[in-house]
Design a binder for this molecule. Sequence first.
Ligand SMILES: [Zn+2]
Length: 195
Amino acid sequence: MQVERNGSPGQARFLVTEVRVKLTDDPRNKLKAYASVTIDDAFVVRDLKIIDGAKGPFVAMPSRKLADHCKHCHHKNHMRAAFCNQCGGKLDPERAPRDSRGRARLHADLAHPINSTTRIELHKAVVLAYIEEIETQQRAGASYRPKDFDDLDQLNDILDAEYIDELERRQDERERRRRELHVPPAGGGVAQGTG
Ligand SMILES: [Zn+2]
């Protein structure tokens, strides 16, 4: 899977030289697959996720939940926690930072593209690899063997609805901005994820 290099400004300036996809096996799970991408045969990013969104599959970059420190004991708590995990002190569950439209920001991407061209190219490569992996699985039937991946912590296997909602809002926001700029929709019908 390669994204063509194009040196002009605003273009993707790297090759996605490999995408590895591991399908999740629970059909009820909105998290459809994990992916890792290799950039220019030189740098690997793992823990991208392919999510079954309202408008088709999209890619979420590796991310962490945001946290803050308890005023009383300084223990770190998740932004939605109503009580401190250590001292039991009461916390405001609405204290998360807000985006420009006043909605809670609960997660931050650990690695992400910084322009829309790169985002679109990366996401196309990942979604295409995902579709290819599904086809491989269908062709192979019972003899299908998933890609060999390190077994990462499985806590993220079931994505919480609030996170998916946050990702879809960000995606809608990007599409709205693109429409405002009169840029034709890109990505060949492949929905774009976070970044
Ligand atoms: Zn505390």
